[in-house]
Design a protein around this ligand. Sequence first.
Ligand code: 5GP
Length: 175
Amino acid sequence: MAEHVDPYLSTEQIAVEVARMGGEIRDRFDGDQPLVLICVLKGSIVFFADLLRQLHVPTHVAFLGVASYEGTHSTGAVRLTHDLGMDIGGRDCIIVEDIVDTGLTMSYLLENLKSRRPRTLRVCTLLHKPEREQVKVPMDFVGFTIDDHFVVGYGLDYEQRYRDLDHIGVLRFTD
Ligand code: 5GP
């Protein structure tokens, strides 16, 4: 089966939203300690790096690895593949995710990270696919609300490919 990628969100559209989200996070920042920005590996890496540079507040970065997806279908099972490597107790934290789809990953992350007693724990996602929601998760900062498409690019992959695209496209399969 052949696959191709239809353009969906342009580099320019993404840049505008990321700058807006950076501004919103900055406006809400009131801590006396650096914000802990938690990158959910691997799909968020490009968004994370761009968002970080739009914040202009003191920030510590941390990385969390989770696996929940195989191909274009969620397995429903979420597991931690890499832990933060820092204590977030008493800290102001933001989880930075590429996409909230069924919500299962974010719900797992929130439960896991809350148990470590951060001062605040907020959620920032570039994309939200409400049609596929299985669990409701609080989202403090959202870039784009999208229809039920399987998207790639700007860090998002299909079987580890397409992460390097500078825009976001919809993956389509043809015979
Ligand atoms: P959820 O647990 O909310 O169903 O899915 C979250 C994870 O599934 C995301 O972090 C992402 O890795 C993956 N995912 C969900 N939808 C898409 C999509 O449209 N494209 C890609 N590339 N990954 C997706």
